[in-house]
Design a protein around this ligand. Structure first.
Ligand SMILES: Cc1cc2nc3c(=O)[nH]c(=O)nc-3n(C[C@H](O)[C@H](O)[C@H](O)COP(=O)(O)OP(=O)(O)OC[C@H]3O[C@@H](n4cnc5c(N)ncnc54)[C@H](O)[C@@H]3O)c2cc1C
Length: 552
């Protein structure tokens, strides 16, 4: 076999990815697991095997082998006292690589639940292993690991959807663009077969639904049939925050998401306003770390799954209806379904999201456009405030307004400031027609609808403020919302007389349905920010405890 992708000396230097257990930690691991023996060459597990266990070698080296490419590749060799495992153990997903004994070996085997109880009991092990799981994923991505193959055209939305799904759910994969005729004829498949998912050269699925794909590759977990303490709908920052707090405080917790962990924050390249991370962190990093943290405490995640109904039975049990026809039962529900920004139907806008197309105008986005022309789409207060703010960074701020009068939609104090600002150009009766740029935005085409004139202009940023809609339609009219569909909670519910109980007032994040709470962007009158959403998730769990009477 090849020389290892990560050499022995590299592994020894990278103590975060490859920590060694000290005597005390070895004893802890032995207490939780059981000892097994393997002869040289024997397989501990194969790629794709599920469920997978975790191993710690007592004696004898263990090889991790990538079996997904043309030829098997040795990734790394684990020496005695090292941990063999990946975050898929906690996620309940299949192994992504194989493990073989290089020599006769004695190992400790631990199941996922044994790993979880070990990590909760032994703080030093928890730090080492969780950091190792996260760091190993980074190394895997850098190593050229193939994983699953996704065949599909770069212009095909279904291929993009599959790739986004895999990305959000941390599934290692390689995308092969089939726009090249040679690749297409080599595969010998009809166009409707794409996107095609393969392991090595074996096609596993042709143009699958996300649900079928998730089942086949082990991402979608079967939710145990039991009554849960809480079910969290949505795993953006609010849902992830709630999941960490709920699971760590011993509540049986299920988290459902129609795509996977991350929410809007997952598409943010750098979050710079989250306390404790002065250099910023990517939304993906934040999502991955929170996800692993919640898994460690035993939260169960399931995706892709859309919640389509929510009902309350007489005995206070809530029934959460899923789009696959199944029902989950829970004592409480936390709705953290966030918002979706209204699509403008302009080609290329979605692809460049986060690379010149922004839905917020904080300093983070503004500095990226400093000194360059920017375009703001919208005529409400948010667009006006963005225009004022961005004029500190650019002297060419274009406010693109569909109508003919700014004051109709913007507060007069604000529109007056906007009008007199020499750095802002108000373009009435104008609409964005096209965006330009491959990896990032370079230009726009704007049509003046009054004259029909189309102009092509340089742009470093399009800021879309045409309104975000809360993802609350699935709730129907059973739960009180404001006139835009955001969920009302706490005093807002009691003051509009929609609260059904006379025995107590609603808890701060409780909706008009007792036992159902809302957190994050989908809740009325919240600050649409990552930190606010995570804090809301934590507060929702406090309310759940209050409701269940589980406070000590
Ligand atoms: C590009 C971008 C950059 C941003 N950058 C920053 C930043 O730098 N700093 C900052 O503070 N804020 C930023 N924000 C705002 C921030 O990301 C949001 O305020 C935050 O993500 C809100 O979290 P949430 O959990 O409430 O909702 P969301 O993040 O919207 O998550 C909601 C989740 O619910 C799921 N869902 C919805 N409906 C259903 C359903 N019926 N069934 C199952 N699942 C469902 C969705 O798939 C989604 O994963 C940014 C937003 C965007 C879009």
């Amino acid at each position: 076999m090849n020389a290892p992708v990560i050499s022995e000396s590299e592994a020894q230097k990278d103590v975060e990815a490859f920590p060694l257990l000290n005597d005390e930690e070895m004893q802890e691991a032995i207490k939780c697991g059981r000892i097994e023996r393997y002869t040289a060459g024997e397989t501990l597990f194969e790629a794709g095997e599920m469920p997978i266990d975790c191993f710690v070698s007592i004696s004898g080296d263990l090889d991790i082998v990538d079996t997904s490419g043309e030829e098997e590749r040795l990734i790394v060799t684990h020496e005695p006292r090292s941990l063999v495992g990946d975050l898929n153990i906690l996620a309940g997903r299949p192994a992504i690589a194989a493990c073989r004994a290089r020599e006769n070996a004695e190992v400790i085997r631990l199941t996922a639940s044994e790993v979880r109880s070990l990590l909760v009991r032994a703080a030093s092990l928890s730090e080492k292993w969780i950091n190792a799981f996260i760091r190993r994923r980074e190394l895997l991505e850098e190593s050229g690991f193939e994983g699953l193959r996704v065949y599909g055209d770069h212009n095909d939305p279904a291929t993009l959807r599959v790739r986004e799904f895999m990305h959000r759910n941390g599934v290692p994969h390689r995308w092969i663009d089939t726009s090249d005729a040679a690749t297409l004829s080599e595969l010998d498949k009809k166009p409707e077969a794409f996107p095609a998912i393969a392991w090595r050269h074996r096609i596993l699925l042709e143009n699958p639904s996300l649900r079928d794909l998730a089942i086949q590759i082990g991402v979608k977990r079967k939710i145990p049939e039991q009554l849960f303490d809480t079910v969290i709908i949505g795993s953006g920052p609010a849902g992830l925050g709630a999941a960490v707090y709920a699971a760590s405080e011993g509540l049986s917790t299920v988290v459902l998401d129609r795509i996977g962990p991350g929410g809007q924050a997952g598409s943010s390249s750098r979050i710079e306003n989250y306390a404790g991370f002065p250099a910023g962190l990517s939304g993906r990093e934040l999502a991955l770390k929170s996800y692993v943290q919640a898994l460690k405490f035993g939260a169960i995640f399931s995706s892709p799954v859309s919640v389509i109904s929510l009902g309350c039975l007489q005995d206070g049990v809530h029934e959460i209806g899923l789009d696959d026809g199944s029902v989950v039962r829970s004592k409480t529900v936390i709705i953290s379904t966030g918002v979706t920004y209204r699509s403008m139907g302009v080609a290329g806008l979605q692809e460049l999201r986060g690379a010149g197309i922004f839905y917020a105008a904080t300093r983070v986005e503004a500095v990226l456009c400093k000194g360059h022309p920017v375009h703001i789409i919208g005529a409400g207060n948010s667009a006006g405030q963005a225009a004022m703010f961005l004029s500190n960074f650019s002297d060419q701020v274009n406010l693109i307004v569909r109508g003919s009068d700014l004051t109709k939609s913007m507060s007069s104090y604000l529109s007056e400031r906007v009008v007199v600002n020499p750095r802002i150009k108000i373009r009435l009766q104008s609409e964005l027609r096209a965006v330009e740029g491959h990896d990032c935005l370079t230009g726009v085409r704007i049509e003046n609808t009054a004259s029909g004139e189309m102009t092509q202009e340089e742009s470093a940023g399009i800021f879309v403020f045409i309104g975000a809609s809360p993802c609350t339609d699935f709730l129907g009219t059973g739960i009180c919302k404001d006139n835009k569909g955001f969920l009302l909670t706490g005093t807002d519910v009691s003051s509009n007389a929609s609260w059904p109980l006379t025995t107590r007032s609603p808890l701060p994040l409780e909706t008009s349905c007792p036992g159902i709470f809302a957190a994050g962007d989908c809740r009325a009158r919240t600050t649409k920010r990552v930190a606010a959403a995570i804090g809301d998730g934590a507060l929702a769990v406090t309310c759940v405890h209050d409701y269940l009477g589980t406070y000590e």
